[in-house]
Design a binder for this molecule. Sequence first.
Ligand SMILES: C[S@@+](CC[C@H](N)C(=O)[O-])C[C@H]1O[C@@H](n2cnc3c(N)ncnc32)[C@H](O)[C@@H]1O
Length: 268
Amino acid sequence: MTTSITDKEFALFQRFIFDAAGITLSESKKALVSSRLSKRLDERRLSSFADYFKVLSSGQDAQEVQVAIDLLTTNETYFFRESKHFELLREQAEQARGRSTPFKVWSAACSTGEETYSIAMVLAATLQYAPFEVLGSDISSRVLDRARTGHYPVSRATHIPRAYLQQFCLRGTQDQEGTILVDRPLRERVRFMLINLNTTLPRIGPFDVIFLRNVMIYFSADTKRQVAERALSVLKPGGYLLIGHAETLNELNVNAIAVAPSIYRKPG
Ligand SMILES: C[S@@+](CC[C@H](N)C(=O)[O-])C[C@H]1O[C@@H](n2cnc3c(N)ncnc32)[C@H](O)[C@@H]1O
């Protein structure tokens, strides 16, 4: 049984998650961090948070670093969150209907995949057989494993429009009662990848639209600017960058035009 985290130990984990993910953990998260990490300490049979930090900083256990990142990130999400972004996506896809090149969208920091599948539903319904690509990515391998299954409790489906539920989701029966499964054809049009937004991006894009929502809220202004610049570097000229409603890029001096709150466009 582990004791609660000391101020000094908490400072070590603040530094750890800042260096690993760019996330700034405020003092108000101390109890949460303590409770999330103490379970892991018990599993690893370690007697203090400082000992756990030693494991993480040894450079010998990359897998444990991933576990700690998983434990220290917040993964709240839901289908069709912030509906006006999906309206804009539909309009953009409509305009691209006759195009021969794939319409490409990135759901960066996608958590358990609800955002990614919401995007894929809109594109499949709007573009039908025209080519499109949807990439979902996150720093947490645990949430990505869940995203790949496309399997959710039915309570998560509240915001999915009825027509999309009928067209793209299967309702579980018997031992799967109370769940929905995104159907295989749609799952196969989506891919998921581990990407840390706080490091150089792999070769992805260029995208028509990027969803970068509800993740920068945890970043310092400097990290936010670097992450936004990285995202803009893989966005097509004239493409849209969508962020969370509680977030802003104003005052970061990045190359994007504010079109409406939480909606930015890369100059064409
Ligand atoms: C609150 S969820 C947002 C999910 C979705 N975008 C939405 O708006 O509903 C934030 C996600 O950001 C991820 N995250 C945090 N830091 C990250 C980083 N440096 N790189 C990539 N993903 C990160 C977390 O793992 C988490 O899944």
